[in-house]
Design a protein around this ligand. Structure first.
Ligand SMILES: C[S@@+](CC[C@H](N)C(=O)[O-])C[C@H]1O[C@@H](n2cnc3c(N)ncnc32)[C@H](O)[C@@H]1O
Length: 302
């Protein structure tokens, strides 16, 4: 065989770009790189039998050349392979949505546990809302855990994100009770949503666009949607005050609001939630012991 085999090309590529690759993809080893490449080829219906033994012929704009170009640019692997693993499912993702994060799985667990509490208290269908749904990761993960009909609404201000979320709903439909439903609505937080919910959950944008930006990894800042990440510093707390007020109005008595937020701002946000009228306001930590979640309840006060 003349020229390099595909396996040799991949190994040489890894060696030449190792520092850069490890900066963008911590822990990436040659074996994993080959697995990613195989999976990428399968997506483009390229035969992977003997892939790494075959001769490599770089062709401009072929999917395989694009794969190596993406890696050189540090493009997130989830966007290269168009999928991400979150909680118990595989989600379709594009650069129009945030790549779901591990810590958000804690938010799903807490949401599911609140939904199960509600099941003990009521015979009604559960009604839940996910504000800023992105790929639909939170709402679709939570609804599939509940063996009672759930009527969910998922909002996002981004029309493109909702297209991705609807595709995930379609893909994961078989994991969800047929009596349950998820409606996706393009709106600002809960604007014009008149329904009342047992549980409202949100992982909103929560990074202050100037003060907190230096803590954001370059790869995230460069490739993930800014609409999903940043809020204006000056109007940051007003933005949340409005979110909390809308959530409070949209909750049933004893309903619960759960949110992911920024470690540096959650305590102040907890005070704002109390001012709005929420009770039992609690700040919860993530796996790295950082303040990460806010849980607030609407108690009926006579
Ligand atoms: C941090 S991402 C979370 C995405 C997804 N829920 C997750 O946890 O992976 C925030 C989402 O909120 C959406 N968003 C931003 N501003 C919004 C607003 N004013 N109203 C509704 N959604 C908004 C963004 O488009 C983005 O999809």
């Amino acid at each position: 065989m003349k020229g390099k085999s595909f396996g040799e090309y991949t190994e040489d590529f890894y060696r030449e770009h190792k520092d850069m690759l490890l900066r963008s993809y911590p822990g990436l080893a040659p074996r994993r790189l080959k697995q990613e490449l195989e999976s990428f080829c399968l997506h483009y219906q390229i035969n992977v039998d003997d892939l790494f033994e075959s001769r490599f012929i770089p062709t401009l704009n072929s999917p395989i050349s694009r794969f190596f170009e993406y890696l050189k640019r540090g493009y997130p692997l989830e966007y290269i392979r168009l999928r991400s693993y979150f909680y118990k499912s595989e989600f379709f993702v594009t650069p129009d949505v945030l790549i779901p994060r591990d810590e958000t799985e804690i938010l799903v667990e807490c949401t599911v546990s609140e939904m199960k509490e509600w099941i003990k208290k009521t015979d009604e269908n559960l009604r839940i809302c996910d504000i800023g749904t992105g790929s639909g990761a939170i709402v679709l993960s939570a609804v599939q855990e509940i063996q009672r009909p759930v009527n969910a609404i998922a909002t996002d201000i981004s029309k493109k994100a909702l297209i991705v979320a609807k595709r995930n709903y379609y893909n994961l439909r078989f994991k969800i009770l047929k009596e349950s439903s998820v409606h996706f609505i393009q709106t600002d937080r809960l604007k014009d949503i008149d329904e009342k919910f047992h549980v409202i959950v949100s992982n909103p944008p929560y990074i202050m666009e100037s003060i907190d930006r230096n803590q954001v990894h370059d790869q995230v800042d460069q490739y993930e949607p800014h609409l999903a990440l940043y809020l204006n510093d000056e109007t940051y707390f007003e933005w949340f005050e409005k979110l909390f007020a809308q959530a409070y109005d949209s909750l049933l008595e004893e309903g619960v609001f759960l949110m992911e937020g920024h470690e540096d701002h959650l305590q102040k946000l907890a005070d704002i939630a109390k001012k709005i009228g929420f009770t039992n306001v609690e700040v919860k930590e993530d796996y790295t012991s950082r303040d990460r979640f806010l849980i607030a309840r609407k108690k009926w006060i006579n």
